[in-house]
Design a protein around this ligand. Structure first.
Ligand SMILES: NC(=O)c1ccc[n+]([C@@H]2O[C@H](COP(=O)([O-])OP(=O)(O)OC[C@H]3O[C@@H](n4cnc5c(N)ncnc54)[C@H](OP(=O)(O)O)[C@@H]3O)[C@@H](O)[C@H]2O)c1
Length: 291
């Protein structure tokens, strides 16, 4: 199992290593927010269900690929990659880490579980006590973690002093996960997308989230049959993401991941050759992420 990029936890803690109360943040800190936004924009962010629900309108963060970990496998949030166990989460991010970093953005339970696997922690230390209900482990007392940078404290809103620090984990534990053991599902494909999966650049299959896909789960193995040649190939499902529309889905990922070659123009309208507009409106698209 290779890992080239980093798992990075990013958060702010108060003087007691508190991070939240009443499923919200402890302080309003525009400078820290701006740092969070600049650091994570156009990257992959991963969070627990409570953190997603704590965002305005329970909507995922814009201009980022959002992964949400929830225990209940019927909870498949829109416009996010849904996974339901740590094992599924590790399989998904192991695949992402071949190409890019993954930012862990909370909350308390997710930070704690993923800390041993994280390579870095971007920790904003807030010099005040926010009366927290949920906490982050005190990494100054963890021998694996080393503070590698510390900026001079600055003043944020409400005369609250904050300090940007970075910690490296010298004992990061490699990701381990079980082989997927889902059911086997059959799907037909035209020659173009079939070859794109086979060549390795298409890793998102797009279908409608209709009755046929209702029981599709992370860990299932899809056997694709090439309608032109009868050839078959199999891929494991590593995440499921229902989208509002094909427009949103197409805007969220590079066209190659959807199966388009460099010289091809990608348009969400292309999906109308497979599905009538009224069915698209009724069910909405499902992005199926393939290992
Ligand atoms: N200070 C900061 O920088 C910062 C950043 C982000 C969030 N926060 C704060 O953190 C708090 C939220 O933290 P939290 O711990 O309550 O929530 P959380 O970590 O965001 O989410 C917990 C959810 O994730 C699910 N989950 C956890 N581990 C799982 C696993 N291994 N497999 C599958 N599902 C799993 C839990 O399911 P079950 O409930 O079913 O177990 C639960 O639904 C809020 O106050 C928020 O504002 C602070």
């Amino acid at each position: 199992m290779s890992k080239r990029h980093d798992i990075i936890e990013i958060l702010s803690v108060d003087s007691e290593f508190g991070i939240g109360k009443k499923n919200g943040l402890l302080f309003h800190l525009p400078k820290d927010m701006a740092f969070f936004r600049a650091t994570t924009l156009n990257h992959v962010v991963a969070m627990g269900e409570n953190t997603l629900l704590s965002f305005p309108g329970s909507k995922p963060l814009k201009s980022r690929t959002n992964i949400v970990l929830s225990q209940d496998k019927t909870h498949n949030y829109k416009n996010v990659l849904n996974v339901h166990t740590l094992d599924q989460f590790f399989r998904l991010i192991d695949s992402i880490l071949q190409k890019e970093d993954v930012f862990i953005i909370g909350g308390a339970s997710i930070y704690r579980q993923l800390l041993p696997y994280s390579n870095k922690v971007l920790l904003t230390k807030v010099h005040a006590n926010g009366g927290a209900e949920v906490f982050f482990p005190n990494i100054d007392e963890n021998p694996n973690f080393r503070c590698i940078s510390k900026q001079p404290p600055i003043m944020d809103e409400g005369s609250i002093e904050i300090e940007f620090t970075t910690y490296a984990n010298d004992g990061a534990v490699p990701l381990r996960y079980e082989k997927a053991r889902g059911k086997t599902v059959e799907m037909n494909l035209c020659d173009g997308p079939f070859q794109a999966i086979k060549e390795g650049f298409k890793d998102i299959e797009m279908r409608l989230f209709d009755e046929k896909r209702a029981d599709l789960e992370v860990g299932d193995v899809i056997i694709f049959t090439n309608l032109a040649t009868g050839e078959k190939l199999s891929r494991t499902v590593i995440a499921l993401a229902p989208f509002d529309s094909f427009e949103t889905l197409y805007a969220a990922f590079p066209k190659s991941r959807l199966g388009y070659r460099d010289d091809e123009v990608a348009s969400p309208k292309d999906m109308e050759q497979y599905y009538p507009a009224e069915k698209i409106a009724k069910y909405g698209p499902l992005a199926i992420f393939l290992e």
